[in-house]
Design a protein around this ligand. Structure first.
Ligand SMILES: [Zn+2]
Length: 442
Protein backbone atom coordinates (compact mmCIF):
# COMPACT_ATOMS: atom_id res chain seq x y z
CA UNK A 1 0.00 0.00 0.00
CA UNK A 2 1.27 3.45 -0.92
CA UNK A 3 2.04 5.49 2.18
CA UNK A 4 -0.23 8.49 2.72
CA UNK A 5 1.46 11.87 2.45
CA UNK A 6 0.86 14.12 5.47
CA UNK A 7 1.03 17.87 4.93
CA UNK A 8 3.20 19.59 7.51
CA UNK A 9 1.77 23.02 8.30
CA UNK A 10 4.29 24.93 10.38
CA UNK A 11 2.94 27.70 12.56
CA UNK A 12 6.15 28.57 14.41
CA UNK A 13 5.97 32.09 12.99
CA UNK A 14 2.32 32.63 13.94
CA UNK A 15 1.04 30.53 16.87
CA UNK A 16 4.61 29.88 18.01
CA UNK A 17 5.48 33.51 17.96
CA UNK A 18 2.52 34.19 20.25
CA UNK A 19 4.27 32.38 23.08
CA UNK A 20 5.75 34.58 25.79
CA UNK A 21 9.29 35.68 24.96
CA UNK A 22 9.19 34.27 21.42
CA UNK A 23 8.36 37.36 19.40
CA UNK A 24 10.51 37.89 16.32
CA UNK A 25 11.15 40.88 14.10
CA UNK A 26 10.80 40.79 10.32
CA UNK A 27 14.45 39.91 9.72
CA UNK A 28 14.34 37.09 12.26
CA UNK A 29 11.13 35.69 10.85
CA UNK A 30 12.60 35.70 7.39
CA UNK A 31 15.68 33.86 8.60
CA UNK A 32 13.50 31.26 10.30
CA UNK A 33 11.30 30.93 7.22
CA UNK A 34 14.36 30.07 5.11
CA UNK A 35 15.25 27.37 7.63
CA UNK A 36 11.67 26.02 7.49
CA UNK A 37 11.99 25.90 3.72
CA UNK A 38 15.21 23.86 4.04
CA UNK A 39 13.43 21.63 6.53
CA UNK A 40 10.87 20.80 3.85
CA UNK A 41 7.63 21.86 5.55
CA UNK A 42 4.67 22.11 3.16
CA UNK A 43 2.99 25.23 4.54
CA UNK A 44 4.50 28.13 6.47
CA UNK A 45 1.97 30.16 8.42
CA UNK A 46 3.89 33.40 8.33
CA UNK A 47 1.74 35.62 10.55
CA UNK A 48 -1.49 37.39 11.32
CA UNK A 49 -1.32 40.51 9.11
CA UNK A 50 -4.11 42.53 10.76
CA UNK A 51 -2.48 42.08 14.18
CA UNK A 52 0.40 44.49 13.58
CA UNK A 53 2.41 46.25 10.89
CA UNK A 54 5.34 44.03 11.79
CA UNK A 55 3.29 40.91 11.14
CA UNK A 56 2.07 42.33 7.85
CA UNK A 57 5.60 43.11 6.72
CA UNK A 58 6.87 39.71 7.77
CA UNK A 59 4.18 37.90 5.79
CA UNK A 60 4.88 40.12 2.79
CA UNK A 61 8.64 39.57 3.00
CA UNK A 62 8.30 35.79 3.38
CA UNK A 63 5.77 35.64 0.54
CA UNK A 64 8.22 37.47 -1.70
CA UNK A 65 11.31 35.46 -0.75
CA UNK A 66 10.13 31.88 -0.37
CA UNK A 67 8.44 30.05 -3.20
CA UNK A 68 8.41 26.30 -2.63
CA UNK A 69 6.12 25.95 0.41
CA UNK A 70 2.67 27.49 0.58
CA UNK A 71 2.61 30.68 2.60
CA UNK A 72 -0.43 31.13 4.82
CA UNK A 73 -1.71 34.20 6.65
CA UNK A 74 -4.26 34.17 9.43
CA UNK A 75 -7.43 36.25 9.47
CA UNK A 76 -10.47 36.48 11.71
CA UNK A 77 -13.79 36.03 9.95
CA UNK A 78 -14.07 39.73 9.11
CA UNK A 79 -13.76 41.43 5.74
CA UNK A 80 -11.03 43.81 6.95
CA UNK A 81 -8.89 40.94 8.29
CA UNK A 82 -9.28 38.87 5.15
CA UNK A 83 -8.47 41.82 2.89
CA UNK A 84 -5.39 42.67 4.96
CA UNK A 85 -4.24 39.06 4.83
CA UNK A 86 -4.59 39.05 1.07
CA UNK A 87 -2.66 42.33 0.74
CA UNK A 88 0.24 40.74 2.59
CA UNK A 89 0.02 37.47 0.66
CA UNK A 90 -0.65 38.50 -2.89
CA UNK A 91 3.00 38.38 -3.93
CA UNK A 92 3.30 34.73 -2.85
CA UNK A 93 3.83 31.96 -5.37
CA UNK A 94 1.41 29.72 -3.45
CA UNK A 95 -0.73 31.81 -1.07
CA UNK A 96 -3.27 30.50 1.44
CA UNK A 97 -5.74 32.52 3.47
CA UNK A 98 -6.52 30.92 6.84
CA UNK A 99 -9.80 32.16 8.32
CA UNK A 100 -10.90 31.29 11.83
CA UNK A 101 -14.05 31.79 13.86
CA UNK A 102 -14.89 30.40 17.28
CA UNK A 103 -17.76 27.92 17.36
CA UNK A 104 -18.04 26.69 20.96
CA UNK A 105 -20.96 28.04 22.96
CA UNK A 106 -18.67 29.47 25.59
CA UNK A 107 -16.79 31.50 22.96
CA UNK A 108 -19.96 32.51 21.13
CA UNK A 109 -21.65 33.67 24.31
CA UNK A 110 -18.82 35.38 26.20
CA UNK A 111 -16.25 36.34 23.59
CA UNK A 112 -18.08 37.01 20.34
CA UNK A 113 -21.58 37.55 21.77
CA UNK A 114 -23.22 36.15 18.69
CA UNK A 115 -25.77 33.39 18.11
CA UNK A 116 -25.03 30.08 16.46
CA UNK A 117 -27.00 31.25 13.41
CA UNK A 118 -24.88 34.38 13.11
CA UNK A 119 -21.73 32.29 13.53
CA UNK A 120 -22.77 29.98 10.72
CA UNK A 121 -23.49 32.88 8.43
CA UNK A 122 -20.23 34.66 9.25
CA UNK A 123 -18.23 31.48 8.61
CA UNK A 124 -19.87 30.99 5.23
CA UNK A 125 -19.48 34.60 4.14
CA UNK A 126 -15.87 34.91 5.22
CA UNK A 127 -14.85 31.78 3.30
CA UNK A 128 -16.62 33.13 0.22
CA UNK A 129 -14.76 36.42 0.53
CA UNK A 130 -11.39 34.69 1.01
CA UNK A 131 -12.19 32.49 -1.97
CA UNK A 132 -12.69 35.59 -4.12
CA UNK A 133 -9.03 36.42 -3.55
CA UNK A 134 -7.40 33.03 -3.41
CA UNK A 135 -8.21 29.43 -4.38
CA UNK A 136 -6.50 27.96 -1.36
CA UNK A 137 -8.63 28.73 1.71
CA UNK A 138 -8.39 27.09 5.12
CA UNK A 139 -11.08 27.46 7.74
CA UNK A 140 -10.71 26.79 11.47
CA UNK A 141 -13.67 26.56 13.86
CA UNK A 142 -11.80 27.84 16.89
CA UNK A 143 -12.29 25.77 20.07
CA UNK A 144 -13.69 22.96 17.91
CA UNK A 145 -13.07 20.34 20.56
CA UNK A 146 -15.46 22.09 22.96
CA UNK A 147 -18.04 22.78 20.27
CA UNK A 148 -21.37 20.94 20.22
CA UNK A 149 -20.78 18.08 17.71
CA UNK A 150 -23.96 18.74 15.72
CA UNK A 151 -23.16 22.42 15.41
CA UNK A 152 -19.56 21.62 14.47
CA UNK A 153 -20.88 19.48 11.61
CA UNK A 154 -23.16 22.34 10.51
CA UNK A 155 -20.29 24.85 10.45
CA UNK A 156 -17.93 22.51 8.63
CA UNK A 157 -20.68 21.70 6.10
CA UNK A 158 -21.21 25.43 5.51
CA UNK A 159 -17.53 26.20 4.89
CA UNK A 160 -17.02 23.14 2.70
CA UNK A 161 -20.01 24.24 0.62
CA UNK A 162 -18.55 27.76 0.47
CA UNK A 163 -15.32 26.41 -1.03
CA UNK A 164 -12.84 25.88 1.82
CA UNK A 165 -10.09 23.53 0.61
CA UNK A 166 -8.72 22.67 4.07
CA UNK A 167 -10.77 22.41 7.26
CA UNK A 168 -8.76 22.58 10.44
CA UNK A 169 -10.18 21.22 13.71
CA UNK A 170 -8.27 23.04 16.43
CA UNK A 171 -7.98 21.85 19.99
CA UNK A 172 -7.44 25.50 20.85
CA UNK A 173 -7.34 25.04 24.62
CA UNK A 174 -5.54 21.69 24.77
CA UNK A 175 -8.59 19.93 26.19
CA UNK A 176 -9.16 16.86 24.06
CA UNK A 177 -7.79 13.35 24.46
CA UNK A 178 -6.68 10.98 21.68
CA UNK A 179 -9.76 8.72 21.53
CA UNK A 180 -12.19 11.63 21.60
CA UNK A 181 -10.27 13.62 18.99
CA UNK A 182 -10.14 10.64 16.65
CA UNK A 183 -13.93 10.23 17.04
CA UNK A 184 -14.46 13.88 16.09
CA UNK A 185 -12.43 13.45 12.90
CA UNK A 186 -14.32 10.27 12.03
CA UNK A 187 -17.66 11.97 12.72
CA UNK A 188 -16.86 14.82 10.33
CA UNK A 189 -15.78 12.40 7.62
CA UNK A 190 -19.03 10.50 7.99
CA UNK A 191 -21.46 13.36 8.36
CA UNK A 192 -20.18 16.23 6.21
CA UNK A 193 -21.01 15.96 2.51
CA UNK A 194 -17.98 16.52 0.29
CA UNK A 195 -15.53 16.03 3.15
CA UNK A 196 -13.59 13.56 1.02
CA UNK A 197 -12.60 16.42 -1.30
CA UNK A 198 -11.27 18.57 1.54
CA UNK A 199 -8.08 18.17 3.55
CA UNK A 200 -8.80 17.65 7.24
CA UNK A 201 -6.23 19.39 9.37
CA UNK A 202 -5.50 19.16 13.09
CA UNK A 203 -4.06 21.73 15.45
CA UNK A 204 -3.30 20.70 19.01
CA UNK A 205 -2.13 22.48 22.12
CA UNK A 206 -0.17 20.84 24.88
CA UNK A 207 -2.01 21.99 28.00
CA UNK A 208 -2.45 18.39 29.13
CA UNK A 209 0.77 17.19 27.51
CA UNK A 210 -1.14 15.33 24.78
CA UNK A 211 -0.69 17.55 21.73
CA UNK A 212 1.43 15.06 19.80
CA UNK A 213 -0.61 12.04 20.93
CA UNK A 214 -3.82 13.80 19.88
CA UNK A 215 -2.29 14.75 16.53
CA UNK A 216 -1.24 11.18 15.80
CA UNK A 217 -4.66 9.83 16.82
CA UNK A 218 -6.25 12.25 14.36
CA UNK A 219 -3.86 11.16 11.60
CA UNK A 220 -4.93 7.56 12.19
CA UNK A 221 -8.55 8.72 11.95
CA UNK A 222 -7.97 10.35 8.56
CA UNK A 223 -6.50 13.83 9.12
CA UNK A 224 -4.06 14.69 6.34
CA UNK A 225 -2.57 17.96 7.54
CA UNK A 226 -0.94 18.55 10.92
CA UNK A 227 -0.26 21.97 12.37
CA UNK A 228 2.79 22.15 14.58
CA UNK A 229 5.78 24.23 15.62
CA UNK A 230 9.52 23.86 16.02
CA UNK A 231 10.43 23.05 19.64
CA UNK A 232 6.67 22.89 20.33
CA UNK A 233 6.52 26.62 21.05
CA UNK A 234 3.11 28.28 21.07
CA UNK A 235 0.38 29.77 23.21
CA UNK A 236 0.55 28.68 26.87
CA UNK A 237 1.94 25.13 27.05
CA UNK A 238 2.71 25.27 23.35
CA UNK A 239 1.65 23.56 20.15
CA UNK A 240 2.28 20.02 19.00
CA UNK A 241 5.99 19.67 18.38
CA UNK A 242 6.89 19.27 14.70
CA UNK A 243 9.99 17.21 15.37
CA UNK A 244 8.13 14.75 17.59
CA UNK A 245 5.32 14.19 15.08
CA UNK A 246 7.68 13.77 12.15
CA UNK A 247 10.00 11.36 13.94
CA UNK A 248 7.13 9.34 15.43
CA UNK A 249 5.79 8.79 11.92
CA UNK A 250 9.25 7.90 10.67
CA UNK A 251 10.54 5.70 13.48
CA UNK A 252 7.18 3.89 13.77
CA UNK A 253 6.58 3.54 10.07
CA UNK A 254 5.58 -0.04 10.91
CA UNK A 255 2.42 1.34 12.53
CA UNK A 256 1.90 4.57 10.62
CA UNK A 257 1.61 4.17 6.85
CA UNK A 258 2.24 7.89 6.45
CA UNK A 259 5.12 9.96 5.17
CA UNK A 260 6.08 13.62 5.29
CA UNK A 261 8.29 15.76 3.11
CA UNK A 262 10.45 16.81 6.04
CA UNK A 263 14.22 16.53 5.67
CA UNK A 264 14.75 15.17 9.16
CA UNK A 265 18.45 16.02 9.21
CA UNK A 266 17.33 19.66 9.31
CA UNK A 267 15.32 19.22 12.53
CA UNK A 268 18.14 19.98 14.91
CA UNK A 269 19.43 22.95 12.88
CA UNK A 270 15.86 24.33 12.82
CA UNK A 271 15.53 23.90 16.56
CA UNK A 272 18.88 25.55 17.18
CA UNK A 273 18.08 28.45 14.86
CA UNK A 274 14.79 29.13 16.63
CA UNK A 275 16.37 28.91 20.03
CA UNK A 276 19.12 31.26 19.01
CA UNK A 277 16.74 33.79 17.43
CA UNK A 278 14.27 33.86 20.34
CA UNK A 279 16.88 33.29 23.05
CA UNK A 280 14.46 30.77 24.53
CA UNK A 281 16.40 27.62 25.35
CA UNK A 282 15.10 24.13 24.66
CA UNK A 283 14.51 22.08 27.79
CA UNK A 284 17.39 19.58 28.10
CA UNK A 285 15.15 16.51 28.12
CA UNK A 286 13.01 17.63 25.16
CA UNK A 287 12.36 14.67 22.85
CA UNK A 288 14.34 14.56 19.59
CA UNK A 289 16.23 17.84 19.86
CA UNK A 290 16.91 18.43 23.58
CA UNK A 291 20.53 18.50 24.75
CA UNK A 292 20.05 15.18 26.53
CA UNK A 293 17.90 13.47 23.90
CA UNK A 294 20.83 11.34 22.80
CA UNK A 295 23.00 11.58 25.89
CA UNK A 296 23.70 8.45 27.87
CA UNK A 297 25.26 8.62 31.27
CA UNK A 298 24.65 5.29 32.95
CA UNK A 299 27.62 2.99 32.39
CA UNK A 300 25.66 0.06 31.08
CA UNK A 301 23.84 2.32 28.61
CA UNK A 302 27.06 3.93 27.43
CA UNK A 303 28.70 0.61 26.90
CA UNK A 304 25.69 -0.69 24.99
CA UNK A 305 25.53 2.38 22.77
CA UNK A 306 29.20 2.12 21.98
CA UNK A 307 28.88 -1.51 20.98
CA UNK A 308 25.70 -0.94 19.01
CA UNK A 309 23.60 2.25 19.21
CA UNK A 310 20.42 0.27 18.69
CA UNK A 311 20.72 -1.10 22.22
CA UNK A 312 19.43 2.18 23.65
CA UNK A 313 18.64 4.41 20.68
CA UNK A 314 15.56 4.09 18.49
CA UNK A 315 16.91 6.58 15.96
CA UNK A 316 20.34 7.93 15.19
CA UNK A 317 21.33 11.44 16.24
CA UNK A 318 22.52 11.83 12.66
CA UNK A 319 18.98 11.21 11.35
CA UNK A 320 17.71 14.36 13.11
CA UNK A 321 20.82 16.40 12.43
CA UNK A 322 22.49 16.11 15.83
CA UNK A 323 26.25 15.88 15.19
CA UNK A 324 26.85 13.01 17.61
CA UNK A 325 25.39 11.59 20.78
CA UNK A 326 27.64 13.35 23.21
CA UNK A 327 28.28 10.75 25.83
CA UNK A 328 28.06 12.64 29.07
CA UNK A 329 30.89 11.63 31.32
CA UNK A 330 29.73 11.62 34.90
CA UNK A 331 30.14 9.44 37.92
CA UNK A 332 27.94 6.79 36.40
CA UNK A 333 30.14 6.42 33.37
CA UNK A 334 32.12 3.28 32.81
CA UNK A 335 35.73 2.67 31.89
CA UNK A 336 34.78 1.94 28.32
CA UNK A 337 33.24 5.37 27.68
CA UNK A 338 36.14 7.07 29.44
CA UNK A 339 38.60 5.20 27.29
CA UNK A 340 36.84 6.16 24.09
CA UNK A 341 36.64 9.83 24.99
CA UNK A 342 40.33 9.80 25.83
CA UNK A 343 41.04 8.27 22.44
CA UNK A 344 39.08 11.04 20.81
CA UNK A 345 41.26 13.49 22.68
CA UNK A 346 44.38 11.75 21.46
CA UNK A 347 45.26 9.39 24.30
CA UNK A 348 45.35 5.62 24.19
CA UNK A 349 46.07 3.64 27.29
CA UNK A 350 47.10 0.18 28.26
CA UNK A 351 44.85 -1.51 30.78
CA UNK A 352 46.96 -0.58 33.81
CA UNK A 353 47.26 3.01 32.69
CA UNK A 354 43.57 3.27 32.09
CA UNK A 355 42.97 1.95 35.61
CA UNK A 356 44.92 4.88 37.00
CA UNK A 357 43.09 7.44 34.88
CA UNK A 358 39.78 5.82 35.73
CA UNK A 359 40.55 5.90 39.44
CA UNK A 360 41.22 9.63 39.26
CA UNK A 361 38.18 10.13 37.05
CA UNK A 362 35.86 8.51 39.60
CA UNK A 363 37.22 10.76 42.36
CA UNK A 364 36.71 13.84 40.22
CA UNK A 365 33.28 12.79 38.96
CA UNK A 366 32.17 12.41 42.55
CA UNK A 367 32.96 16.09 43.08
CA UNK A 368 31.62 17.60 39.85
CA UNK A 369 28.50 16.78 37.90
CA UNK A 370 29.84 16.52 34.38
CA UNK A 371 33.41 15.80 33.48
CA UNK A 372 34.20 17.97 30.47
CA UNK A 373 37.05 17.42 28.05
CA UNK A 374 39.27 20.03 29.68
CA UNK A 375 38.87 18.27 33.04
CA UNK A 376 39.79 15.03 31.39
CA UNK A 377 42.88 16.46 29.76
CA UNK A 378 44.03 17.85 33.08
CA UNK A 379 43.41 14.56 34.75
CA UNK A 380 45.36 12.67 32.10
CA UNK A 381 48.23 15.14 32.44
CA UNK A 382 48.32 14.67 36.20
CA UNK A 383 48.28 10.92 35.85
CA UNK A 384 51.08 11.09 33.31
CA UNK A 385 53.25 13.29 35.56
CA UNK A 386 52.98 10.81 38.34
CA UNK A 387 53.08 7.78 36.17
CA UNK A 388 55.66 8.04 33.39
CA UNK A 389 54.37 4.79 31.93
CA UNK A 390 51.53 6.62 30.28
CA UNK A 391 52.72 7.89 26.91
CA UNK A 392 51.07 10.57 24.87
CA UNK A 393 49.23 8.95 22.05
CA UNK A 394 50.62 8.88 18.57
CA UNK A 395 47.18 8.98 17.06
CA UNK A 396 45.54 12.14 15.80
CA UNK A 397 42.39 13.20 17.59
CA UNK A 398 39.66 11.72 15.46
CA UNK A 399 36.07 12.89 15.31
CA UNK A 400 34.49 9.51 15.88
CA UNK A 401 30.77 9.84 15.62
CA UNK A 402 29.89 7.60 18.48
CA UNK A 403 26.20 7.02 18.30
CA UNK A 404 26.00 7.30 14.56
CA UNK A 405 28.11 4.19 14.40
CA UNK A 406 25.58 1.74 13.15
CA UNK A 407 26.10 -1.32 11.04
CA UNK A 408 24.21 -1.46 7.77
CA UNK A 409 22.35 -4.62 8.50
CA UNK A 410 20.96 -3.66 11.88
CA UNK A 411 17.22 -3.53 12.39
CA UNK A 412 15.20 -0.97 14.26
CA UNK A 413 14.93 2.02 11.99
CA UNK A 414 14.77 2.49 8.25
CA UNK A 415 17.86 1.46 6.35
CA UNK A 416 17.99 4.86 4.72
CA UNK A 417 19.03 6.30 8.07
CA UNK A 418 22.02 4.09 8.56
CA UNK A 419 23.37 4.06 5.05
CA UNK A 420 26.77 5.65 4.81
CA UNK A 421 27.23 5.79 8.54
CA UNK A 422 29.78 3.10 9.02
CA UNK A 423 32.30 4.21 11.54
CA UNK A 424 35.37 2.40 12.71
CA UNK A 425 34.60 0.95 16.08
CA UNK A 426 37.48 -1.46 16.34
CA UNK A 427 39.16 0.63 19.00
CA UNK A 428 36.02 0.53 21.07
CA UNK A 429 35.95 -3.17 21.72
CA UNK A 430 39.08 -3.35 23.81
CA UNK A 431 37.38 -3.27 27.17
CA UNK A 432 34.03 -4.67 26.32
CA UNK A 433 34.31 -7.66 28.58
CA UNK A 434 34.75 -5.58 31.68
CA UNK A 435 31.55 -6.06 33.53
CA UNK A 436 32.99 -4.61 36.75
CA UNK A 437 32.32 -1.09 35.46
CA UNK A 438 28.61 -1.50 35.83
CA UNK A 439 28.28 -0.12 39.31
CA UNK A 440 25.08 1.65 38.40
CA UNK A 441 22.72 -0.47 36.39
CA UNK A 442 19.81 0.27 34.17
ZN1 LIG B 1 -3.16 27.48 18.34
Amino acid sequence: MEPVRITIFDTTLRDGEQSPGCSMNVHEKLRMAHQLDRLGVDVIEAGFPIASDGDFEAVQAIAAAIHRPKIAALARAHASDIERAWQALKGAARPRIHVFLATSDIHLKYKLRISRERCLEQARESVKLAKSFCDDVEFSPEDATRTDPDFLCDVVQAVVDAGATTVNIPDTVGYTIPTEYAQTIKMLRERVRGMENVVISVHCHDDLGMAVANTLAAVEAGARQVECTINGIGERAGNASLEEIVMALRVRADRYPHITGVVTEQLYPASQALSEITEVPVQPNKAIIGRNAFAHEAGIHQDGVLKNPLTYEIMTPHSVGVPDSRLVLGKHSGRHALSLRCEQLGYQFERRELDEVYRRFVVLADQIKHVEDHHLLELVREARNESPRIPPSQVEPSPVVIAAAVGRAERGFPASEVRGLEVQLSSVHEHQSEQEDYLWGV
